[in-house]
Design a protein around this ligand. Sequence first.
Ligand code: SF4
Ligand code: SF4
Length: 119
Amino acid sequence: MSATYPSVRMPLRGPDPQSLLEEAERCVYCGFCESVCPTIRVGPHRGYGPRGRVNLLISWLESGALSEEVIESVYSCLLCDACYTVCPAHIRLSELMRGARALLTSRGALDKGLAVRTR
Ligand code: SF4
Ligand code: SF4
């Protein structure tokens, strides 16, 4: 039996920082997503969960300060959409993380020596 997903609110187009920020800022920080995310329990910080990913993404896009914590958060997401099935704001983390990865790549961030760790 296939899962029923809420309707997709908006498509994200490429690595556009403003559209990523606007989508992330719809988060109401309810935390419902944290109970279903498979990575939050195995990571060393909250950025391994959906709410933490949203937080780190917003702080990066607003400040321009890119840290290893942000990169770990973006690349440790499994893009599984489990969080999307419980999110009242219908935020699609997998699309946000794909957009963030595209943005990192387009800015050459991964070529500048910032390490990507996976666990
Ligand atoms: S898409 Fe990413 S943030 Fe959402 S539940 Fe899966 S691993 Fe966690
Ligand atoms: S369920 Fe959605 S709105 Fe709630 S904290 Fe997670 S991403 Fe934000």
